[in-house]
Each structure stands twice: as structure tokens, then as C-alpha cells.
Write a new protein. Structure first.
Lengths: 158, 617
């Protein structure tokens, strides 16, 4: 694995321990997850115990220790989306991709996440696909978006 | 970019900007809020850029990509000044007509106008749209007027004048007195008087001091902080600089949720521009004030909205709260005096300084001054951000601004205060909305989420939703919250599964009380509110689940049965196609029926049926 970008990222924050969360975000943006080797590197450079870093990584939901799929699907479970019927969409998604929230399909095409609010409540239920927001979703629309993205070859858990 | 060294520099620059921008005959503003993004506003904007260039309008037409205008449900929104024309649901294909008809010839395109939800009349101007009529937009006002990534736009409308006044004419104590006299209370939910908090931080011994802007808007159903930081980041910065001067802080942080990437980007742009022109950094406007702001990002933890957890998170630690025996204004970030305010609170500061505490306190009620932004969402016709004076009734917000229920259904309740608040039933809708009245009825203002629920919402299910939400978000540090919420969730799960018994409600109430009394931080202390308020106003619904094993709103799957009305069914076969378990039998053009033993109760048949023949019992 190429560790070069890690140096650059830590350097951007002057190697400050307090910037740990921002550093981890940047690393995750680069590698799409937090590889163990990279975390060891961070631990050495920031002179912080690996266990402390692991604690932070597992506390915050945004971080992932396993590789993510090519397409990221995030479903909002906020109150407004809940009362507008998001439950059905989640059921449809887990059925279609054959994975549970937090998991990635075996072919590494899709990752499914749920989040407690995306802050686009006026147009709920909301789904975020690869950084793009889709409002007023229903299970049919959601299915179409996924199928368009990469056909329904989700198949099996990672 | 130039540097502002004195108040006169600011004035001069403002005049120059006005002169320069005055050359445009027309201003087209495209709303660039996240809601409008979902509807494709960026495509509309790009198309306008191209079309303006192609038609040779570049010297005549100014195109702005503004922040959120609030009426997200009708996005993408485009307004045209000076005529004040309000177009909604604009798509790429509408762009040529906007330029050739409206801009070139002043003709209004009827099909892009908003149709009033109540009167069914087409409305041309934004101010005549019923959604905006009863609002008093003072904090949100400029969101639609400026481009958030251009500091010049903010300066043009009088930005940083409050800072100039504060630095030039006021002492720190005078500023704090002004904020106190205004009666501003924290907009994050607790409603603590801002001036008193500031005074505490100013008087606290220790150096350096910090100010923090809390944009960890975890409250599901609320998004006003996001819209403010996305749409008008300089307003927040100006508030923070004034606060830093009043409290003697040298460093500020804006803590933004990771889920809000656009807010992060726009705030970063605003900070770097403010640094370039000398509004952040050393010796701001020649006053001797040194102050800078950094962005800190969250990581998707709801509890980090709590002040001590947020501070731990900025320090790069796990976001666990601590006991607040020593308040954060005495010992906060890195053990130093720290003042933390919500985005909307900071956004009110420049106005108070500029227009005076008397002006500010003329709005609102006796104990809750000013305006409050609510996100009016859920099952109501007009959804979006509404800013209203404190003291307006729930009825006015939901029916006059929100246009009442969708699809002619009856509104049952409104949920305020997020997971710390509660559900207020329709008979109490004459209640004036302010900090104290909402607390009295067992809910709270919170950060301003207002989720309208119609008769098809099950209140037991809503209570269960919030308990599950909080159980998941509990950091696990203290036992009552960690274990108590889990058990409360199990009891509620039992009730919605039809396993509830005579003891369930008693246990639930007792446990709720213990969690509220003994939890460490605000998350646990207020966690039982959604359950207790639901029990207070909707007890018969709980009892129906337990005693008759029925869900009156037909939501809780184990307690409902689907059936097809033999008289209503046209035999079209649509439900047969969508049923995932092949549980629908019947010949074409003959009434269908549901085979109960195969039915997975997913409701797909009910969604697809055009004849409304699928019944829930």
C-alpha cells in the first residue's frame, strides 16, 4: 500500500494530535476506508497509542475499517423521513442488494449506510447516492436508481 | 483582494461594490441550498451561465448562486430582480424561455409560478407566496440575496458593519450588556441567556479563551443551522468576531457535522476570504483585536452536539460528555474558558449590535425575544424553513404557513424538540410557540425541528423510533442512559409486537423517570421526553396496542392485516405484480384477495392500488 499520501495529510495539519478526526477523514477520503497499516503510521507520527486511535475510529460512525464499495448509498432515517415512510425503502434496498446497513456487496459495487439525519428534511424521504441527494424517494424510485448505477448484480455479503 | 484596515476602508469598499454591481439591469438568483441541489439546481445554474454568455447578457445580467431560501419543497427556486419574480420547480429546459421572455421582454412565465396551496391562485412575487407571508425573516433574510462564497456580496448588504460598530464604538462590557438587554436566548435548544453566558466567560480567569460555533445539528428533522452556515457563513463569522472581542478570545472553532459537506466548504471559503481582507487575523480593523477561526469536523455522533462532548471531539478525542459541575465557560476546551453557542445564536448577534437591543426585544414574547427558525417538515403541504417571531401559535405555523395537511388528511400532532422533545396534539395548536410554553406541555423548543404528523402516524411507533435513535446514539458512558434506553426500547418493541401486558406502561414510565433523573448529560436526561409526552397525550393508543392488540393508525406490522375490498377492486392485477411474496390471488377483471398466510405485510399493494381498494385492519 502506498503510504505517501498519509505523510502529506498529516503534514497539512502540522502533525497536531488535536486534528486527529480531520486527519482520519482525509485519509478515509483518499483510501475510501481506514487501512490498519495507515492507522499504525498515524499512531507513530502523532505519537499516540494505536488503541486510542482505534477508540476514536470506532466511536464515530463516519469511519470505516473495512473497504467500501464503489457506489455509496446512504439512506436518511431522520424523523421527517421516518414519518414519510422510509422503512419500505430500507427494506427494498436490503433486499435488492442482499446486504444489511453498514455492509458492502461482495462484488464491491455498493455500500449501504443509514444515517440519522442528512438535514434535507423538507423533501424527505432522502437518499444520498455517491454524494448526490435524491428527495421524495419511494422504494420504486430507489430501486431504479440502483439498477441504473450498476444493474442488480449485488449478490451476497462481503 | 484588498485589505480592510479601518472602518473607512470598509465603507469605501462597500460603496465601490455597490457602484460596480449597480451596472446590472437584472439579477437572477438560483437557490443553491441542499434541497434545491437534490432537484437539480446546479444544472439550471450551469445552463443559465451558458445562455447568458451566448446571448451576450454578461454585462447586463448578474447570476447569483445563493444559499437556501427555505421553500425547499418547491425547488429549484429562481428569482428575478428587480421585478421580484418567483419561479419554482425550474428545470434546465426552462432556461431559454426565462432569458428570452422574462429577462428580454419582462414577460412572466405563468407555468413556473407557484400555485397557492389554499387559494389555487398563481403567485408572481415571493412576498405574496402564503408560505412567506406570515414569516418574519430577519436572520434568514439575506440567504437569498447573496452568494455565500463572495464576501463582496455580504459587504454590499451591510455586512461587517456591526463588527465595525462594536470595535469602534463599544467596549466589551457594553456589548455584553447589549446582548443581555436584547434578551437573546440560546437557539440550540436549552434557551440559556446568551449575554449571561458571555459575561461568565469574560469574567472567567484563564488564558487563552475560546469561542465555538456549534453546527453539529444532529437533531433529526432540523436543518436551519446547515442552511445558515451554507447560505450566509460571513454572518456567523461576524457574530463570532464580535463575541471574541467581547469575551477576550483569540481563537474560534466552527464545529460542523461530517454530513454537511457544503456547509464545511462554504465556511472554509468565508474564513479564507475574511483572512485575506484582514477581518480575521492580527489587529482586526486596526482595533488591536487578534482573532482567527478554524473548522473542526465531526464524525457522525449525535452526542457531540452536547457541549462537553463537542469539546472533547475538537480535542481529537472520543466524544463523551463529562459532568458539568464546572461549566465550560470556566473550564472548556483544553481546560480553558470556552463559550459555545449555536449557529443561529451567533447569527443573531450582528443584528443586535447593529440595530440595538430595543429593536430586537420588540420581537417575541416576554421571556423569549426575537425570531426563531423552524424546519417545518413531515406531513404538511408546504415544507421548508420558516422564520417567525416567538409567540406565534402552532396553528399559524402549520396551517397558514404550512398550508395544512397533505391529501386532505387530518393532522394529529406536531413533534418539536427532536429526540429531546415531544409530540404536541392538535387540540393544543393554539399554543404560542416560545421556550417556556413548549416546555410546559412536555415538549421543548430544541433546535427548531417541527415535524407534522397526520392521522396515519402511530404514536407508539414514533416513541419507539426516538428511543431506538437515542439508544443508538448514547455514548455508553453512564449506565442509566446506556441500559435504561435499551430496556425502554425493548418494552416499546414488545408493545408494537403485540406482547405488551398490564405492567408494560407502568414499567415504561418508572424507567423513563429513572433515566431522566440519573443520566449524566442532556442526551439521557431528556431522552424519556418523547415517550412521556406520547403517554401523556396518546395513552389510549398505547392501550389499544396492549389490550386489543390493535394499532389504530395501522402502522405496527404485527398488529395489522391487509385485505382487499371486494366492491372496490377492479381486478387490474397491479398489486399481483408488485407483491414480493405472491400473496395475492384472483383472475384479471375479477376482485382479488390476499392470502393471509403468505402476506409479508409490506404494503406494496396498498401503494400501487389506484382504486384504493386495499384496506388495513
Amino acid at each position: 500500500m502506498d503510504y505517501k499520501p498519509v505523510e502529506g495529510i498529516i503534514g497539512r495539519y502540522q502533525g497536531k494530535r488535536t486534528a486527529l478526526i480531520s486527519i482520519l477523514h482525509d485519509i478515509q477520503d483518499h483510501y475510501h476506508y481506514l487501512p490498519e497499516g495507515v492507522l499504525k503510521k498515524v499512531s507513530a507520527r502523532l505519537e499516540m497509542g494505536l488503541s486510542n486511535i482505534y477508540g476514536v475510529v470506532t466511536f464515530y460512525k463516519s469511519f470505516s475499517l473495512v473497504p467500501k464499495g464503489k457506489h455509496s448509498i446512504t439512506l436518511c432515517l431522520g424523523t421527517a423521513c421516518h414519518v414519510q415512510g422510509r422503512g419500505k425503502i430500507l427494506r427494498e434496498m436490503t433486499k435488492l442488494l442482499n446486504i444489511e446497513p453498514g455492509e458492502t456487496t461482495r462484488d464491491k459495487k455498493f455500500s449501504l449506510q443509514v444515517v440519522n439525519c442528512l438535514g434535507v428534511c423538507a423533501i424527505g424521504p432522502v437518499m444520498l447516492v455517491d454524494g448526490r441527494y435524491y428527495g421524495e424517494m419511494n422504494s420504486l424510485k430507489a430501486k431504479r436508481i440502483i439498477q441504473k448505477l450498476g444493474t442488480n448484480k449485488g449478490g451476497g455479503k462481503a | 483582494m484588498r485589505r480592510i484596515r479601518t472602518v473607512f476602508d470598509l465603507e469605501k469598499w462597500k460603496r465601490e461594490i455597490i457602484a460596480k454591481q449597480g451596472q446590472y439591469e437584472t439579477e437572477i438568483s438560483v437557490c443553491g441550498g441542499t434541497g434545491c441541489h437534490a432537484y437539480g439546481c446546479k444544472k439550471v445554474k450551469n445552463e443559465l451561465v451558458k445562455a447568458i454568455r451566448k446571448n451576450g447578457y454578461r454585462s447586463k445580467v448578474r447570476l447569483k448562486f445563493t444559499g437556501c431560501r427555505g421553500f425547499c419543497e418547491r425547488g429549484p427556486i429562481v428569482t428575478i430582480q428587480p421585478q421580484g419574480i418567483f419561479y419554482q420547480r425550474v428545470q434546465e429546459k426552462d432556461v431559454p424561455a426565462i432569458l428570452s421572455e422574462t429577462v428580454a421582454q419582462g414577460r412572466v412565465l405563468e407555468y413556473l409560478l407557484y400555485e397557492d396551496a389554499v387559494t389555487k391562485r398563481k403567485v408572481t412575487s415571493e412576498k405574496d407566496v402564503s408560505f412567506y407571508q406570515k414569516q418574519q425573516r430577519v436572520v434568514l433574510e439575506n440567504n437569498g440575496l447573496i452568494e455565500p462564497t463572495k464576501i463582496e456580496d455580504y459587504i454590499r448588504i451591510g455586512g461587517y458593519q456591526a463588527l465595525a460598530k462594536a470595535l469602534g464604538e463599544m467596549t466589551p462590557d457594553q456589548i455584553i450588556d447589549e446582548v443581555k438587554a436584547a434578551g437573546l436566548r440560546g437557539r440550540g435548544g436549552a434557551g440559556f441567556p446568551t449575554g449571561i453566558k458571555w459575561e461568565g466567560c469574560r469574567k472567567a480567569p484563564g488564558f487563552p479563551k475560546y469561542v465555538i460555533c456549534n453546527c453539529d445539528e444532529g437533531d433529526p428533522g432540523a436543518y436551519m443551522d446547515r442552511s445558515l452556515l451554507e447560505g450566509n457563513p460571513n454572518l456567523i463569522l461576524e457574530g463570532m468576531i464580535v463575541g471574541a472581542y467581547a469575551m477576550g478570545a483569540k481563537q474560534g472553532f466552527i464545529y460542523v457535522r461530517h454530513e454537511y459537506p457544503l456547509a464545511c466548504r462554504n465556511a472554509e471559503t468565508a474564513i479564507s476570504q475574511a483572512r485575506k481582507v484582514g477581518l480575521l487575523g492580527q489587529n482586526i480593523m486596526g482595533s488591536g483585536l487578534d482573532f482567527d477561526v478554524e473548522i473542526a469536523q465531526g464524525g457522525g455522533a449525535f452526542v457531540c452536539g452536547e457541549s462537553t462532548a463537542l469539546i472533547a471531539s475538537i480535542e481529537g478525542k472520543v466524544g463523551e460528555p463529562r459532568s458539568k459541575q464546572t461549566h465550560t465557560v470556566i473550564q472548556g476546551l483544553w481546560g480553558k474558558p470556552t463559550n459555545l453557542n449555536n449557529v443561529e445564536t451567533w447569527a443573531n448577534i450582528p443584528m443586535i449590535i447593529q440595530q440595538g437591543s430595543q429593536w430586537f426585544s420588540s420581537m417575541g414574547t416576554e421571556k423569549s425575544k426575537g425570531t426563531k427558525i423552524f424546519s417545518l417538515v413531515g406531513q404538511v403541504k408546504n415544507t421548508g424553513l420558516v422564520e417567525v417571531p416567538m409567540g406565534i401559535t402552532l396553528k399559524e405555523i402549520i396551517f397558514d404557513i404550512g398550508g395544512g395537511p397533505q391529501n386532505g388528511k387530518r393532522i394529529k400532532a406536531v413533534q418539536t424538540g427532536g429526540p429531546s422533545g415531544g409530540c404536541i396534539p392538535a387540540p393544543l395548536f393554539d399554543l404560542p410557540v416560545d421556550f417556556d410554553s413548549l416546555t410546559q406541555v412536555g415538549s421543548m423548543m430544541g433546535s427548531g425541528g417541527m415535524i407534522v404528523m397526520e392521522e396515519g402516524t402511530c404514536m407508539v411507533d414514533v416513541a419507539k423510533y426516538f428511543v431506538h435513535f437515542l439508544q443508538e446514539e448514547s455514548c455508553g458512558k453512564c449506565l442509566p442512559c446506556r441500559e435504561g434506553l435499551k430496556r425502554m426500547g425493548e418494552i416499546l418493541e414488545g408493545i408494537t409486537d403485540g406482547q405488551g401486558n398490564g405492567e408494560s406502561l407502568f414499567l415504561l414510565e418508572e424507567l423513563a423517570q429513572v433515566v431522566a433523573d440519573t443520566s449524566l448529560c442532556g442526551l439521557g436526561k431528556t431522552a424519556p421526553n418523547p415517550v412521556l409526552s406520547a403517554l401523556r397525550y396518546f395513552r389510549p393508543e398505547f392501550e389499544a396496542h396492549i389490550e386489543q392488540k390493535k394499532c389504530p393508525a395501522a402502522v405496527c406490522t404485527p398488529l395489522i392485516k391487509y385485505a382487499i375490498s371486494q366492491g372496490g377492486c377492479t381486478g387490474c392485477g397491479a398489486c399481483q405484480k408488485v407483491c414480493p411474496t405472491q400473496a395475492i390471488a384472483g383472475e384479471r377483471k375479477q376482485p382479488h384477495r390476499i392470502l393471509a398466510e403468505l402476506c409479508g405485510k409490506c404494503g406494496s399493494c396498498r401503494d400501487i392500488c389506484k382504486a384504493n381498494a386495499v384496506l388495513v385492519q
